[in-house]
Design a protein around this ligand. Structure first.
Ligand SMILES: [Zn+2]
Length: 192
């Protein structure tokens, strides 16, 4: 016996793709919650695309690593925290630079959004951010949560702990930066 109502309808996701989403609910409140969740998250195709990108590229050899490392801003911290944060950032470079190289020339979602998030990450100069976020930075989960957070342009429903979120960091420090990163990502062509 089936309880509640279930139906499938085309729905806009955070990535901008309109895809069929199945809602299954007992009351209007549940349905509203499911709609909010669907609107704040990536479609399955974008999520799988990012997971595959991470799997294929993260931590692999990277030709442009030297050039990218040379462009990193100076770490700002104390005599104690700055070297620690530099070491954390160096690990993140090994993880994300090959990914950045892989999406460098792509103009489609979710590659453009991932590129903007990675660039925002390596723009952070505060040692305290790198140290606070160190445990979760290098994972597809982190990247996907940040891409979703950036694209939806609001603070609601973040799955990321505040101290781990680079989007949260820039929202607090320089909101205009997030707005332009979000716009440039959402203006990109949507993959079919
Ligand atoms: Zn999508």
């Amino acid at each position: 016996m089936k309880f509640g109502t279930e139906f499938t309808t085309p729905f806009y996701r955070a990535c901008g793709h309109k895809v069929d989403v199945t809602f299954s609910y007992l009351n209007q409140r549940q349905r509203a919650q499911q709609e909010v969740t669907a609107s704040l998250t990536l479609c399955d195709q974008c999520r799988q695309h990012l997971q595959a990108l991470v799997k294929d590229h993260a931590g692999k050899p990277c030709a442009s690593s030297g050039v990218l490392s040379g462009r990193l801003p100076q770490m700002l911290g104390t005599v104690k925290t700055a070297p620690w944060a530099n070491a954390i950032r160096a690990e993140a470079c090994k993880y994300y630079f090959p990914l950045l190289e892989a999406v460098a020339s792509s103009g489609v979602q979710p590659c453009t959004a991932a590129r903007n998030v990675i660039r925002l990450l390596f723009s952070v100069q505060a040692a305290s951010f790198w140290i606070g976020a160190r445990a979760s930075l290098c994972s597809d989960r982190w990247l996907i949560a940040e891409v979703e957070y950036m694209l939806r342009g609001s603070r609601s429903g973040s799955k990321q702990a505040d101290e781990c979120s680079v989007i949260r960091y820039w929202r607090d420090t320089k909101p205009a930066l997030i707005e332009s990163a979000r716009k440039s990502a959402t203006n990109s062509n949507l993959a079919a």
